[in-house]
Design a protein around this ligand. Structure first.
Ligand code: A3P
Length: 347
């Protein structure tokens, strides 16, 4: 039996909504705050209970992150490791089809249509029902053969309370300054958000106020960090993957029980290198999605720079000061998680 969704969905106050709508042209209906833990477009309300009640399977692996923390990278790695290095399929089938994004129905704007082939697939499986009401992307997760690897940016609290006892979760965290820079570029790129302001406004008026899609960053991180010792959770840092990819692949190999040899792990590292992923349409679909009208032309690629410390190219001293004030506000989590903001040697 379905359990009632435990959090109120509260639209941001009117003046905040007006500010959001003026700079994020994709959020025509503004954002709702989900119990102070997460902010999503208003139509998330159609799906909140479905996600909360979604039953994961024992051999599912969920890649969970705050956006721009290395999700795509980790999806590619986990899928490849769990699918015996099937690099032909990895090159031919888009990552989003191999590792579906469970809550995408609640992110794409209600006025936008999902790709025709996705809708047709849904109609074949559920004749006479409304794909949008039913959740086209949720359906893609259901249709996936085992073992399933699934992407989510939802925090633990809005998914099944039994999640960590039902399947494995790979949680990836990245330092908030690089996430802010990366998210700024991505929110300009995707038409579902279409940010049109400056970086300065983005940091001062949105990020540091937690008036942002998926905010608050720190509550998402706190929920992941609190579960880091659970045997079904592997907590990874983007910066550690950059610093020593093979070491982190070794941790994944044990956690996922994939039993890959050292030379197979080397092959995964090569396959999921930044340059490899940027050059393949299956992992960096920027051009295809521009063609389809989902990405704006003239913005940075979805797979952009892939470095640690790019924030130093964007933050002026006063922005950094404001950002530090925002971090103070989110103590103790913001001081407890040992983020690296620079790394000595990148792979
Ligand atoms: P930048 O914008 O800083 O370049 P997500 O997948 O969670 O949206 O995260 C996207 C970020 O991960 C982007 O950061 C992207 O370039 C980076 N990324 C993607 N693939 C990567 C890879 N193979 N190695 C390192 N970084 C990668």
């Amino acid at each position: 039996m379905a359990v009632e969704f435990p959090f109120p969905l509260t639209p941001f106050p009117e003046e905040v909504q007006a500010k959001i709508k003026a700079k994020f042209l994709g959020f025509r209906n503004g954002l709702v705050d989900v119990g102070g833990r997460h902010a999503l477009p208003a139509h998330y309300g159609l799906f909140a209970s479905k996600y909360f009640n979604y039953k994961f399977q024992e051999d599912d692996v969920l890649v969970m992150t705050f956006p721009r923390s290395g999700t795509t990278w980790t999806q590619e790695v986990v899928w490849t490791m769990r699918n015996k290095l099937d690099l032909d399929t990895a090159a031919a089938v888009p990552l989003d089809a191999r590792v579906p994004f469970i809550e995408l129905d609640s992110i794409i704007p209600p006025h936008a249509s999902p790709p025709t082939e996705v809708v047709e697939h849904f109609r074949r499986r559920h004749p006479g029902t409304n794909p949008k009401g039913g959740g086209v992307y949720l359906d893609l997760v259901d249709a996936l053969g085992s073992p399933r690897t699934i992407k989510t940016h939802l925090p633990f609290s809005v998914l099944s309370p039994d999640l960590v006892n039902s399947c494995k979760v790979v949680y990836v965290a990245r330092n908030p300054k690089d996430v802010a820079v990366s998210f700024y570029h991505q929110q300009r790129l995707v038409k579902s958000a279409e940010y049109v302001g400056s970086f300065r406004e983005y940091i001062l008026d949105f990020w540091c106020q937690d008036h942002l899609l998926r905010a608050p960053y720190w509550s998402h991180l706190a929920e992941g960090w609190a579960r880091r010792h659970h045997p079904n959770v592997l907590f990874l840092f983007y910066e550690d993957m950059k610093e020593d990819f093979l070491r982190e692949l070794g941790r994944l190999n044990s956690f996922l029980e994939t039993g890959l040899t050292e030379s197979q792990l080397l092959a995964v590292a090569h396959h999921a290198s930044f340059s490899g992923m940027k050059s393949r349409g299956a992992t960096n679909p920027t051009a295809a999605l521009q063609e389809a009208g989902n990405f704006k032309k003239g913005e940075a690629d979805f797979i952009r720079k892939g470095i640690t410390g790019d924030w130093t190219n964007f933050f002026t001293p006063d922005l950094e000061e404001k950002f530090e004030e925002w971090m103070e506000k989110w103590q103790p989590t913001s001081r407890e998680i040992p983020f690296k903001y620079h790394i000595e040697k990148e792979m």
